[in-house]
Design a protein around this ligand. Structure first.
Ligand code: 1YM
Length: 640
């Protein structure tokens, strides 16, 4: 290995740059938890995707190596190997050691991808303990090596020869264990995003392989000739589409590419996801606005022209026309403006027009050419409209109730005394007897109890108006205080924590999933803001001498028993259900802030969570059976 001997002024600047990344990694990759760790992979993959978008690369490979380093390979042109005019060192080294290098040093090209922070290769280098970059170009194999946060340990040099026509870049990096909370890559996390990138870049093949598990050496390859149309098909696979064709429209103007794919299903919720440069714009923006506006306008025009909508009928609203709609919107923009607190919204105003034009022309043509499908789609929106009007009336009932007296609607909710939501919690408790114990065992200042008697309606199969006829659901809406549908307001939430307290058995799991479905479909911001928890009642009570210990799992039981001295024999009882605990026990094990263990329900990946809910709670039986079979052992830890 060639040790570098001399450092000059520009070297020192470079080292200071990378040192800044190591001092404040959060500024560059968001977090240093497991999310930040995986972010490193996408920073490298982004460079390969750019190369694919420029038209020079059609295959990418991502490999998790045995030592938990990651290798990314592409068959693009290879990072330039010549001396860089400005830095006096090779372009490869420049890209990997100069902060914010990347595209600035390239010769134009169509650069549109870019991770959340778009800072690329040098950041990965700064946060890695070892990096090797190999470039195949002009019959030669070049290699450069870095260590300990981006220090050059081997300048770029030729290490061998290859076939003349072989080109590409291979990068292997090992994250610096002193920087990240964890250095273990998760195959499923990488898999979900890899598949998404393949959907979003039609024709590009991406292989993902885990070499930590020795047996499988081929990995999985994702390649979709149909691009986002196949994404829509995938999202609708456990739903019942109401027309066969997936509508796929695209257009381009001044270097901005816009594309949309859609299909309606028989369900009531919508799954509309938009992307800019392969990044999910979860707060929408101009590309989404253009499509939504055009969708509403075109359907109304068509419905009026065909006399399906009469003159004195109310117009169809944006909500009516998106019921049961699965849609992917993808925009590739050379200069995207991301707005909002989490930079999740596209701001470029010219895109609104482009999206509206491309969508309205294409969609209108589709309706005219396919009158049968058009009728099905308009009928669906009109049914949604009637349901919306009915729901408005039903909602007025819940509103009136909440205006009167929140403490005693139907005598069900036993509210807490405190009114400051930030310290209040509500327990949704399965069954009357557990509800009774919970009421006695609670801290009445801050803990409210809502015993659930009847079955919770499966809202995956019901529209808002029907859901509102369900007694339990009405009570929940009123208790939360947020309202529902268009008038939902997260700021009005009356409790900081919503705690689902059900038995640790099959019925309990079922009620929990029904509640989560309700929250996810009708109160999604509450879930996303992290207000929903599952209580964890203990599984065993272990009496040993004068001490009583409650444990949550078999493993914890074994661990605790192993820690005991062997003189007195411990007395172990299996806890039956919440209903069999007295108030004191319930408080000590499951409710007391000091002693309990809550499981926070998080939505790691909204799109995957959506698919999981359809699978679990939707119309189709077979996918549900498969899901339950595959996940039966994990049900205890179901995290959506
Ligand atoms: C596994 C990671 O980095 N591939 C890659 C990167 C580049 C090129 C090709 C490339 C770009 C250009 C011209 C250009 C990069 N080059 C640069 C820079 N894979 C990976 N493949 N020739 C090759 O943009 O004009 C930065 S990234 F700046 F050197 F041009």
């Amino acid at each position: 290995m060639e040790e570098k001997q001399h450092y000059d002024a520009s070297d020192i600047q470079v080292l200071e740059g990378l040192e800044a990344v190591r001092k404040r990694p959060g500024m560059y990759i968001g977090t240093t938890d497991v999310k930040g760790l995986h972010h490193l992979v996408w920073e490298i993959v982004d460079n390969s995707i750019d190369e694919a978008l420029a038209g020079y690369c059609n295959h990418i490979e991502i490999i998790i190596n045995k030592d938990n380093s990651v290798t990314v390979k592409d068959n693009g042109r290879g990072i330039p190997v010549g001396i860089h005019a400005k830095t006096g060192i090779s372009t490869v080294e420049t890209v990997y050691t100069v902060l914010h290098a990347g595209g600035k040093f390239g010769g134009g090209g169509y650069k549109v991808s870019g991770g959340l922070h778009g800072v690329g290769a040098s950041v990965v280098n700064a946060l890695s303990s070892d990096v090797t970059v190999t470039v195949y170009k002009e019959g030669k194999i070049y290699e450069a090596k870095f260590a300990n946060g981006g220090k050059v340990v081997q300048s770029l040099k030729v290490i061998g020869s290859c076939e003349d026509n072989r080109t590409g870049t291979t990068v292997t990096f090992k994250p610096d264990a002193t920087i990240f909370d964890t250095d273990i890559f998760d195959y499923d996390t990488l898999r979900v995003r890899t598949r998404e990138l393949a959907f979003l870049n039609k024709g590009l093949s991406i292989t993902l392989r885990d070499d930590r598990t020795a047996e499988d050496t081929t990995g999985e390859t994702f390649m979709y000739e149909g691009g986002i149309s196949e994404y829509v098909k995938y999202l609708n696979q456990n739903k019942t589409p109401i027309h066969n064709e997936i509508i796929h429209l695209e257009g381009e103007e001044e270097g901005v590419m816009f594309e949309v794919a859609m299909q309606y299903n028989s369900g009531y919720s919508d799954s509309i996801y938009s992307f800019v440069n392969n990044i999910n714009t979860h707060d929408g923006g101009t590309h989404e606005e253009g499509v939504r506006r055009a969708l509403t306008r075109i359907i109304n025009n068509y419905a009026k022209r065909t006399n399906m909508l009469k003159n004195n009928d109310e117009s169809l609203t944006g909500d009516d026309v998106k019921e049961g709609l699965t849609m992917i919107i993808s925009c590739k923009h050379p200069n995207p403006q991301f707005e909002g607190q989490t930079k999740g919204r596209l701001g470029n105003s010219e895109v609104r027009k482009l999206a509206d034009n491309v969508f309205s022309e294409g969609f209108e043509r589709f309706l005219l050419e396919n009158p049968e499908e058009a009728k099905i789609i308009v009928d669906k929106a009109m049914t949604a409209s009637r349901a919306r009007i009915a729901a408005k009336k039903a909602r007025e009932l819940t509103r009136r109730k909440s205006d009167l007296d929140v403490v005693n609607f139907g005598g069900k909710l036993v509210d807490c005394k405190e009114k400051d939501p930030s310290i209040c919690e509500i327990f949704l408790v399965e069954g009357d007897s557990a509800g009774g114990s919970a009421i006695k065992g609670r801290n009445s200042m801050t803990q409210a109890i809502l015993p659930l008697r009847g079955k919770i309606l499966n809202v995956e199969k019901a529209r808002l108006d029907r859901a509102l006829t369900n007694e339990e659901i009405r009570t929940i809406i009123t208790a939360f205080g947020t309202g529902i549908g268009q008038e939902f307001d997260l700021n009005k939430l009356r409790y900081d924590k919503i705690i689902i307290m059900t038995d640790a058995d099959v019925d309990g799991s079922h009620i929990r999933v029904l509640l989560l479905t309700l929250f996810y479909r009708f109160f999604r911001p509450i879930v996303e803001a992290g207000h929903v928890y599952a209580a964890q009642p203990p599984l065993f009570c272990i009496k040993h001498g004068n001490t009583i210990k409650y444990v949550l799992s078999e493993e914890e039981k074994e661990e605790y028993l192993a820690s005991l001295k062997e003189n007195v024999k411990p007395d172990i009882t299996r806890m039956k259900g919440l209903g069999e605990m007295d108030a004191e026990e319930l408080n000590a094990t499951t409710m007391d802030i000091e002693k309990r263990v809550l499981r926070k329900i998080t939505v790691n990946d909204v799109i995957e969570a959506d698919a999981a809910f359809s699978r679990l709670m939707g119309e189709e039986v077979e996918p549900r059976r498969q899901f339950i079979e595959q996940n039966a052992v994990y049900v205890q830890n179901l995290d959506i």
